[in-house]
Design a protein around this ligand. Structure first.
Ligand SMILES: *Cc1c(COP(=O)(O)O)cnc(C)c1O
Ligand code: SF4
Length: 335
């Protein structure tokens, strides 16, 4: 049964790769040819939100450059410990939007399921970096309750699987979830928000492509890339496979100081995304989460960057500049 073994081999490769990720600051620095002393403001012992960087993602970083925009997204700095006014643990007020454990209802017609707390990478600016994932309880019974609620509410047309990262869920459980969602007659599509096509492209197997597209519901996958260099050749191949499988591909970025706060980088990002068959969807202003204030870019600067993009690119390659306002009925357009 060679073909079957072949599939299993492909299926497990991403888990093996994930298990080999960098979880120690010193090991990551050594891989890049850096010492602790090379990185101003380094925090070599981050607290509960530790370092997590897949090797494939680290391989896309420039060597011996402490300011590399990919490295900046994942390396802990002592600035994260600063208490800055207005920067809080739950900046988007997930807590008030939680209707059942892990089921967030904020926007008309859409429900968001915090599918799992796990990610393949830890982004230092993450707005859910303090989310109480450990209070969610076992996923199966939680999904059961969420699906019951989704089935009961006929105003819902779309379910968004988020997290954490929903593609961290195993194929079998994901296929089961997809089948159950497709069985809810008032749903018209499902959406996944995942950084895995970018940071762990080996997760995007042919089998996953089939799981994502086998049912009745059109599939939208919103990936998350902030810098053109994050989209390496493996990520491009993974995304092309999903495109061929029939997945609608969108990208959301976060505007980050020292990562992508210049028009040239944002333009290159949009171009690279489209090379990978992905349309730029959102450019988010950073949510003011505790520990990430050093990444903030001013609203004025953000608007100027979008204006520059508009002057140089077709409209469909310019993302919507948005921010989240707790309690508002949708994400708010900034420009
Ligand atoms: C961002 C978000 C959505 C989706 O918003 P879109 O504008 O449709 O992309 C849905 N629910 C929650 C809770 C969100 O934070
Ligand atoms: S939820 Fe997304 S932004 Fe947050 S750490 Fe995970 S991958 Fe990064």
């Amino acid at each position: 049964m060679l073909p079957r073994r072949g599939i299993d081999c492909q299926t497990d490769a991403w888990k093996r790769e994930l298990a080999r990720s960098f979880t120690q600051v010193d090991a990551l620095l050594a891989f890049l040819g850096l010492d602790r002393a090379d990185v101003p403001g380094l925090d070599p012992e981050p607290g509960p939100f530790g370092i997590l960087v897949p090797r494939g993602f680290a391989a896309l970083m420039a060597r011996a450059d402490p300011g590399d925009p990919l490295l900046r997204q994942v390396l802990s700095l002592s600035a994260e410990r600063a208490q800055v006014a207005g920067y809080v643990r739950d900046p988007v007020d997930d807590a008030s939007a939680e209707q059942r454990p892990g089921l967030l209802r904020k926007y008309s017609g859409r429900a968001l399921l915090v599918t799992t707390g796990a990610c393949a990478i830890h982004c230092r600016y993450c707005f859910r970096r303090h989310f109480p994932y450990q209070d969610l309880g076992p996923s199966q019974s939680r999904w059961d309750r969420a699906l019951t609620e989704i089935a009961r509410d006929e105003t819902l047309t779309e379910v968004i699987l988020s997290g954490g990262d929903p593609l961290m869920v195993e194929d079998g459980a994901l296929a089961d979830l997809a089948r159950r969602l497709a069985g809810i007659v008032h749903l018209r599509r499902w959406r996944l928000h995942s950084r895995l096509p970018v940071v762990l492209p080996s997760r995007i197997t042919d089998r996953l492509g089939a799981i994502l597209t086998q049912g009745r519901l059109p599939t939208v996958l919103v990936i998350h890339a902030n810098h053109p260099r994050e989209l390496g050749e493996e990520a491009r191949e993974a995304l092309l496979r999903l495109d061929v499988a029939g997945v609608t591909l969108l990208n959301q970025s976060v505007l980050l100081r020292g990562v992508n706060d210049d028009a040239g980088t944002l333009i290159d990002l949009s171009e690279r995304l489209f090379d990978c068959r992905v349309r730029p969807y959102y450019l988010h202003r950073l949510d003011p989460v505790e520990g990430a204030a050093h990444f903030q870019v001013s609203e004025h600067e953000a608007m100027r960057l979008i204006e520059t993009m508009r002057g140089r690119m077709p409209g469909y390659l310019v993302p919507n500049l948005v921010r989240e306002i707790p309690g508002a009925p949708s994400k708010q357009r900034v420009a």
